[in-house]
Design a protein around this ligand. Sequence first.
Ligand code: PHE
Length: 460
Amino acid sequence: MAAQEKRKSLQGLWSSRLVFILAVSGSAVGLGNIWKFPYIAGDNGGGAFVLVYLVCVFTIGLPIMMSEILIGRRGRRNPIMTMKIVGEEEAGQSWWQIVGISGVLAGFLILSFYSVVAGWALAYIFKSATGTFHGIDGPGVEKVFGDLTGNWQILMMWHTLFMLMTVGVVARGVQRGLEQAVRVLMPALVGLLLILFVYAINHGAFVEALNFMFRADFDRLTADSVLVALGHAFFTLSLGMGAVMAYGAYLPEGTSILSTSIAVVFADTIIALLAGMVIFPIVFAHGLDAGQGPGLIFQTLPLAFGQMTGGVIFGTMFFVLLSFAAWTSSIGLIEPAVAWLTERFHMQRPQAAWLVGGITWVLGVGSVLSFNLLADFKIWRPGKDPGTIFDSLDHLASNLMLPLGGLLIAVFAGWVMCQNATSEELDIGDGGIYKLWRFLTRVVAPAMVLLIFLRGVGLI
Ligand code: PHE
């Protein structure tokens, strides 16, 4: 279509398909896979939860990822303007920009607590390197973690450092530097997880862990767990908030959206499952509690590092790589807001990045204090027990805003955009695969999200 050919991305294009895959996987693979997945699987009883998460990833996540990329490339702007432009073009409706606006807000909220946890990872680099974990036992790891999170000044320092790292990269433009880093660091992270995996097989309660992760016991599955699994499918794939849409805006014409999405979804899922198969064997071998919450990986992995030969080196490397994985994700969290400020208000990129980073940093103070001074301050949450500021921000953004954003994106790509437009962008003909995508996007994804959402918040 002539209109699309004329529209150019304002921020440049990815230099190749591989780079795009790396950038989207860089955004997808992060704390969500290694920190959050094991801890929420533990909190929600394992097996059945993991199964629901996998079903959500493949039947909802994959088609919505394709939708986000195709909408992004069609609009070639930040998510707010893209949803407006494409909405007007396809249906004369500009109100679809709400999806972009809610995405930008969700990005702020998520990064504010994400940065605090990434700060823990940074702190653990130094703990590992200085031998803190050498020969440590169960109560020992609990104390190290408790001492860190109990001290708000130290947490603030690490949170600030991580925000500075994020803003530093985004200010310079996503393409420079980051691409190179992702290329090397992602394979290294997987390599290290594999080493830990071998350790877990040899020294952990591996069979018990497999049972826990893969034996589905549906009695333990509540409506809330299903909502958490759905929310996590969005969170871990960076969907429902425009991050992937923003990246799609820089995708050259002619790059296959289908194969790219499949590659990213598989990579993300395999890394999460691998993380679980490293962490749970250690949990059970040491009699730890799988449902101990956000501190889980910070209290299990150090036990392994403390016992293995070369543990100081492996441990340090692991937390370095975890910090990098968080870093490449945090960039995706603020890219929509930064792109919007530069394209809509003609702000300079560095200024936009500092502004967004500053607001997020202030919001993050609430999460820092959730672990110490404000630990007893609990907020009401729909369909769930009251939670700390940290828990509530996560719940609001991940389990409510992302699924709702994803629902609207699916409806937009499936019902509002005309068939010609979507099949032209996807470029997979109009055979079985296209029809399957369209069916999942029009019917399955919206219906499942709506159902799980309404049940999860107790409305049905
Ligand atoms: N997908 C990232 C993770 O799993 C988090 C994220 C969410 C990043 C949304 C960007 C956008 O850690």
